[in-house]
Design a protein around this ligand. Structure first.
Ligand code: PHE
Length: 473
């Protein structure tokens, strides 16, 4: 490993940093929304199965690839395939994915900053009105907040792996956990909260449909930062003495635990404010849903602790969501940055500048696509609907490409890099896994049914999202 490449300083530092990447808007915002829309318990069940049966083996594969090569995805694919053009292409693809996801991720992070600002200036009550969100995302203020987000990310990334990413995560992750639990306990004391708990925890098997399955899988991938080369890149900063499978397990459990708690806070709150909630009526463009409900949850605290107290708690929560989002964003941007450093030999600040500028330009376009620019708002139409630039990013990179990238990783690791090399890397620092049923499961699943499932999900998602055809109906 070359000297300038960063390295995490401890096992727990790595776990917190990887968990910092994994825990983000996906857990605190997207997961509760997806669970509410997709049948509650049915979604939770599918999600849990996917995390354990599919995501965990893939996570181990990605981390092993990264640590073995000490490279970003492109470098890892290139090195282990002896420069094969096809694999280099796929490696490149895996660098572009986080970049594009970073664009829509930044947009939502910008909204969080804006909401935080409104809360701090005493406007929690305004935020809790349903029409505020639509107005807010179309106000030019978003560009100011965007500048703030970029500045924060840059500040951390300049610090590098150990002093920037790891230091931040070590403090923020535990704080987030504590606050989340406190809020959840409060919500569960609200009237009608149990309706939400029931909807969330008792699966209605008849609700397991194709959109629920594909939604749960994309959500699990996104939430665990899989299929984006992030874990390959973070794996490249992992020390040889660290146990890859145990680390992967800790990261997956932390991430799922946070998502579960967020669900246990948000779903009961939704039902508590509106016991008649008809979940089938929730529209598909409901990232915004959470931006309506969260302020309401906090405003309800007013009865117990007054408006100031409610705003204070809301402010703290939004700060933590913001930091969770920033640690994720940092990991997303780290991938292309590591790419420029490794492949082109650029110094870190030059790589950051190039990636940052490109990303800023696309983020501005995405932010304009909610109405400010008609061109980007009604960018194209497919599957019978007009889609904005933001919708496309979501449909292409979040819904479709993540499973495809997962498929590529399986095939690469098992059929090109080969099982013996993969197992040797897994056993480095983690001798205990050698020849266990766990290792056998990881090997066999990655070789057989995981790629098959991922391929089927990818095909059916493409049919559904882009052609409006439900293959299972
Ligand atoms: N996993 C993060 C979340 O749940 C998002 C993320 C996506 C992070 C892609 C890194 C890469 O919010």
């Amino acid at each position: 490993m070359s000297l300038e490449r960063g390295q995490f300083s401890s096992k727990i530092g790595f776990i917190l940093a990887a968990a910092g990447s994994a825990v983000g808007l996906g857990n605190l915002v997207a997961f509760p929304v997806a669970a509410t829309k997709n049948g509650g318990g049915a979604f939770l069940l599918m999600y849990a199965i996917f995390v354990v049966a599919i995501c965990l083996p893939l996570m181990i594969a990605e981390l092993s690839l990264g640590r073995n090569t000490c490279r970003n995805p492109f470098g890892a694919f290139k090195e282990l395939s002896n420069n094969s053009p096809i694999w280099k292409f796929f490696g490149m693809f895996m660098m572009i994915t986080p970049f594009m996801i970073g664009v829509f991720y930044t947009v939502v992070t910008v909204w969080i900053v804006g909401y935080l600002f409104e809360i701090v200036t005493g406007n929690l009550d305004v935020l809790s009105q349903a029409e505020t969100f639509g107005q807010f995302i179309n106000s030019p203020d978003v560009f100011l907040y965007m500048a703030i987000v970029f500045a924060m990310v840059k500040l951390i990334l300049v610090g590098g792996v150990k002093d920037g990413i790891e230091r931040l995560a070590k403090f923020l992750m535990p704080a987030l956990f504590v606050l989340l639990i406190a809020l959840m306990v409060y919500v569960l004391t609200l009237e009608n909260a149990f309706l939400g708990v029931k909807y969330y925890l008792i699966p209605d098997i008849s609700k397991i449909t194709l959109p629920v399955i594909s939604g749960a899988l994309s959500q699990a991938f996104f939430s665990l930062s899989l299929g984006m080369g992030i874990l390959i890149t973070y794996g490249s900063y992992l020390r040889k003495q660290d146990d890859i499978s145990k680390s992967a397990f800790s990261v997956a459990m932390t991430d799922s635990g946070v998502a579960f708690l967020a669900g246990l806070m948000i779903l009961p709150a939704i039902f508590s404010f509106n016991p008649e909630t008809d979940t089938s009526q929730l529209t598909s463009s409901s990232v915004g849903m959470i931006f309506v409900f969260l302020p309401k949850i906090f405003l309800a605290l007013q009865a117990d602790i007054g408006y100031f107290g409610a705003s204070l708690i809301a402010g703290i929560f939004f700060i933590l969501v913001l930091f969770a989002a920033i640690t994720s964003l940092v990991s997303i941007i780290e991938v292309p940055v590591a790419g420029f450093i490794d492949n082109r030999g650029y110094p870190r600040d030059k790589a950051l500048l190039i990636v940052g500028e490109l990303m800023a330009a696309l983020t501005v376009i995405a932010a304009l696509s909610f109405g400010m620019s008609q061109f980007f708002t009604e960018f194209v139409s497919y599957a019978g609907k007009v889609k904005s630039f933001f919708d496309i990013l979501e449909n292409v990179f979040y819904d479709t490409i993540l499973p495809i990238n997962g498929l590529i990783v399986c095939i690469f690791v098992m059929y090109r890099w080969k099982q013996a090399n993969f197992n040797a890397e897994m056993e480095t620092g983690g001798e205990g896994i050698a020849r266990t049923w766990m290792q056998k499961y990881v090997n066999i699943s990655l070789m057989t049914f995981i790629p098959v499932i991922l391929a089927l999900v990818a095909i059916s998602t493409i049919a559904l999202k882009f052609f409006g055809v439900n293959l299972l109906a």
